[in-house]
Write a protein that binds this ligand. Structure first.
Ligand code: PLP
Length: 427
């Protein structure tokens, strides 16, 4: 197919994320990807500033990743996980338990981040059911969160800007408090945590768990908040008998400068979701980890089985990709790389603060955000970024970068310069 044929078919019959058929919004056909570059089918090369939405931390077409999947392919690409098991699954589970905070000891594999959130929420409900507290059915969360697009996950996304407000009549009604205003690196005052403390004090008998993204709220606004808030929240959950679910799907595997964002606060959740970078962007896979206490309580309760089991659970190809990706990560100087990216993003993006159209610039780990006064116009900004030789996908008022960890200084400079230029000319 030539490029025009691909575009025509795409435009007439294929849905894209948060788009519509025939929307006419620009899409760009990609022919291949290598290292930190995407190659468009017209031959243009773009430096990837998105890691394909947090995932491709090692870059594209990585020889070790490719080899791991090829080797697994020779054994089997898939078998059902009901009543069967295999080495890729158990090895990956052991690696995850080793890498995550110590209390997390068991692993449920899911096929996407959203599903791992559904699983986390169901685990919390089934835990309380097993403990003879079936009234604990609600979830408490903070505004500006994003946890995925399925119904349970939607119910804890920001109710207004969480992209799901038109479904509000059909999703479970959860409890929301304002997201913390104490920013990262700052202490958190009594008044910052007060709304959370009040809801927990008043409603803990109905609340199964607090769920939130630790430190960085991703798709709900790219906000970075205080580690102190998380610490205080952990204590509040413990004192009120409420579980803490941390959604590390975006933040996990080094992105914020720590292996998991909860390490900034030196806390551990009762249930943790991981996904996105888990397979280095090679295959769709996520996981929900929990403690022995929760796993055993569910096993000892009624019906004694956890009521969830996706068809593609623990897909062997995905698990072997996950294992290869995590080995690559832990064997690499990822911490130094992320620190270098942090410095580079800071120097590259901070000048944007001077622009009248910009309200904030913030950088944490390998995440850089330029927040604009007004929502960007995707019809003009997206082609302009591509013209500048970079792949950056803004949303709303946010132009943000989360490059693969392997990106060198020269490419990082090109990337941030392109963002500056585009904001300067059309922002
Ligand atoms: C992307 C994301 C999800 C949803 O993951 P999918 O794989 O898209 O279903 C959930 N939580 C957070 C924090 C995310 O960034």
């Amino acid at each position: 197919m030539n490029q025009e044929q691909i575009m025509a078919l795409d435009n007439s019959l294929v849905w894209h994320p948060y788009s519509s058929i025939g929307s006419g919004l620009p899409v760009f056909p990609v022919a291949s990807a290598q290292g930190v570059r995407l190659q468009l089918s017209d031959g243009r090369e773009l430096i990837d500033g998105m890691s394909s939405w947090w995932c491709a931390i090692h870059g594209y077409n990585h020889p070790e990743m490719n080899l791991a999947i090829q080797e697994q392919l020779k054994q089997m690409s898939h078998v059902m996980f009901g009543g069967l098991t295999h080495q890729p699954a158990v090895e990956l589970a052991a690696k995850l338990v080793e890498m995550t905070p110590q209390p997390l000891q068991t692993v449920f594999f899911a096929d996407s981040g959203s599903v791992s959130v559904e699983v986390a929420m169901k685990m919390a409900l089934q835990y309380w059911h097993s403990k003879g507290q079936p009234r604990k059915q609600r979830f408490l969360t903070i505004r500006n969160g994003y946890h995925g697009d399925t119904f349970g996950a939607m119910s804890v996304c920001d109710p207004v800007n969480g992209m799901h407000s038109i479904f509000s009549g059909a999703v479970a009604q959860q409890i929301f408090v304002d997201s913390p205003s104490c920013s990262f690196g700052k202490a958190c005052s009594e008044s910052d945590i007060a709304p959370m403390a009040r809801e927990l004090a008043e409603h803990h008998q109905q609340i199964a768990a607090v769920i939130l993204e630790p430190i960085v709220q991703g798709a709900g606004g790219m906000r970075f908040y205080s580690a102190d808030y998380l610490q205080q929240l952990r204590e509040l959950c413990d004192s009120h008998g409420v579980l803490l679910i941390l959604d590390e799907i975006a933040t996990g595997f080094g992105r914020t400068g720590r292996m998991f964002a909860c390490e900034h606060a030196d806390i551990s959740p009762d249930i943790m979701c991981v996904g996105k970078a888990l397979t280095g962007g090679y295959m769709t896979l996520a996981a929900t980890l929990t403690t022995r206490e929760i796993s055993e309580t569910i096993a000892d309760g009624e019906p004694g089985l956890f009521m969830h089991g996706p068809t593609f659970m623990a897909n062997p190809l995905a698990c072997s990709a996950g294992l290869a990706s995590l080995r690559l990560l832990t064997d690499s100087p990822w911490h130094t790389r992320v620190s270098k990216i942090e410095i580079s993003l800071y120097h590259g993006l901070e000048p944007c603060r001077e622009l009248e159209t910009v309200t904030d610039v913030r950088v944490l780990g390998a995440i850089g955000v330029v927040e604009m006064m007004e929502p960007v116009d995707m019809r003009t900004i997206q082609p302009a970024l591509v013209e500048a030789g970079v792949w950056v996908r803004p949303f709303g008022r946010l132009i943000y970068l989360m490059p693969p960890y392997i990106m060198n200084d020269k490419d990082l400079n090109t990337l941030t310069a392109a963002v500056r230029d585009v904001i300067n000319t059309i922002g």
